[in-house]
Design a protein around this ligand. Structure first.
Ligand code: G3P
Ligand code: MG
Length: 248
């Protein structure tokens, strides 16, 4: 059997994790451009507040791992974060790449024809959930007509608050593995989608979830062979560092 004859996700169900983070520095405009060049239609990205409550696209609660600088997001302003090199740590070819704001990223997605799964991170330095979700709403409201947005979070309160503001957006609850009472928890958010670790998914869970009209995407899988048995059971999509391997 060839790779192209194996079951797999549709193009619209391959989300590039932090952009195409296998080939470009995660959560940068370069990584989002690389995702589009690989043929992806969707990217996943992480957002959090800087010290001056500007939304930054970054995974960790500090800049240490993914930039030339040091310090926690709660101690650095957006202009301090924006002045750092966010690319050279990954490869010298990306020197000069910046850690973008969500607003800059939303504008770039429009240029690249991309849609986004905006993962809202809740960090200890965040003071107001209301301020956080309102800031996300303000930035995503400036998206281009072709950019679709969905929201995900490990924090159920974030999803609830975001749903109050944007009831039409798809909301995905992030769990490493679905809890026993996943159905009640989802109904309370309310969310229509589970995003879970690919090693925790099972055919039994997918069949159960599908009967209830709930979608499941898995993260972070970079090997299509790992998911072959799940597509027929109702797996909806994949979040991957390397979209090219799923897009063929
Ligand atoms: O959205 C899936 C995945 O991004 C969740 O984990 O830690 O990579 O943000 P993390
Ligand atoms: Mg994420």
């Amino acid at each position: 059997m060839t790779l192209t004859s194996l079951p797999g996700p549709s193009r619209d169900e391959v989300q590039a994790h932090r952009g195409a983070s296998a080939i470009a520095p995660e959560n940068t405009i370069a990584a989002f451009r690389a995702a589009a060049e690989a043929g992806a239609k969707w990217v996943e990205l992480d957002v959090a507040f800087s010290a001056d409550n500007r939304l930054i696209v970054i995974h960790d609660d500090s800049v240490d791992r993914t930039s030339s600088g040091k310090g926690s997001l709660g101690a650095l302003t957006q202009s301090e974060i924006g002045a750092l090199d966010g690319g050279a740590w990954f490869d010298p070819r990306f020197a000069g790449e910046r850690i973008p704001t969500l607003a800059e990223t939303i504008a770039a997605l429009g240029e690249f024809g991309l849609s986004a799964n905006v993962e809202i991170k809740q960090h200890a330095h965040h003071k107001s959930l209301d301020q956080l979700v309102r800031a996300v709403q303000a930035d995503i409201s400036k998206r281009s007509a072709d950019t679709r947005i969905m929201i995900s979070s490990f924090d159920a309160q974030c999803l609830k608050a975001m749903h109050q503001l944007e009831p039409d957006l798809e909301m995905a609850m992030l769990w490493v593995q679905a809890p026993e009472d996943w159905e009640q928890q989802l109904a309370a958010i309310p969310a229509t989608t589970i995003h879970m670790h690919y090693k925790a998914v099972s055919i039994g869970l997918l069949e159960h979830v599908r009967e209830r009209g709930i979608k499941v995407r898995v993260w972070t899988c970079n090997d299509p062979m790992q998911l072959v048995s799940f597509w027929h059971a109702g797996l909806t999509g994949v979040i991957t560092d390397d979209p090219a391997v799923f897009l063929g």
